[in-house]
Design a protein around this ligand. Structure first.
Ligand code: ZN
Length: 160
């Protein structure tokens, strides 16, 4: 493993992947999205229960895969819980910019312009590894899909 890659697996990321938060089936989910990243073998099953005022009252996930995908999902659920649909959508765009955006030299300025992302900024290192970007983005693709519907079940893939 290269030094650069080791930097990806920081303590917080490992902690989230080993003890994922909001992990398990959501019994009363309004929307259930199955996300698949065939290039790495990651899968997540995201359940969202919508509450009053268009908020994401409950967000849970289950699944399996690499540390990046599971940590990204874990941190994401913590971040999204209680947010409105539009706030969740904005966070998704900010996260996409974070992991796909410019060079490492620009990372500090990008990070400071997206303070809302909090711990999720730790995943910014994946931008140097295109395959890992898919891992980090998988749960967010599932959210993007979930936000486009108000009920039901659907499937997303990083290969589409
Ligand atoms: Zn992965």
């Amino acid at each position: 493993m290269s030094t650069e890659l080791e930097e990806l697996y920081q303590e917080v990321i490992l902690d989230h992947s080993r003890r994922p938060r909001n992990f398990g089936a959501l019994e009363n989910a309004d929307v259930l999205v199955h996300g698949d990243n065939p290039s790495c073998g990651d899968e997540i099953h995201l359940g969202i229960q919508f509450g009053p005022n268009d908020t994401l009252a409950e967000v849970r996930f289950s699944g399996q895969g690499c540390a990046i995908s599971q940590a990204s999902a874990s941190m994401m659920t913590m971040k999204l819980k209680g947010k409105t649909r539009s706030e969740a959508s904005a966070l998704g765009l900010a996260f996409r910019d974070l992991v796909t955006g410019g060079s490492a030299e620009q990372s500090s300025s990008i990070a400071s312009s997206s303070p809302k992302l909090g711990d999720l900024q730790l995943l910014s290192g994946v931008r140097k590894f295109p395959q890992r970007v898919k891992c980090a983005m998988l749960p967010w693709r599932a959210v993007e899909q979930a936000l486009s519907q108000s009920a039901g079940e659907s499937t997303v893939s990083t290969e589409l």
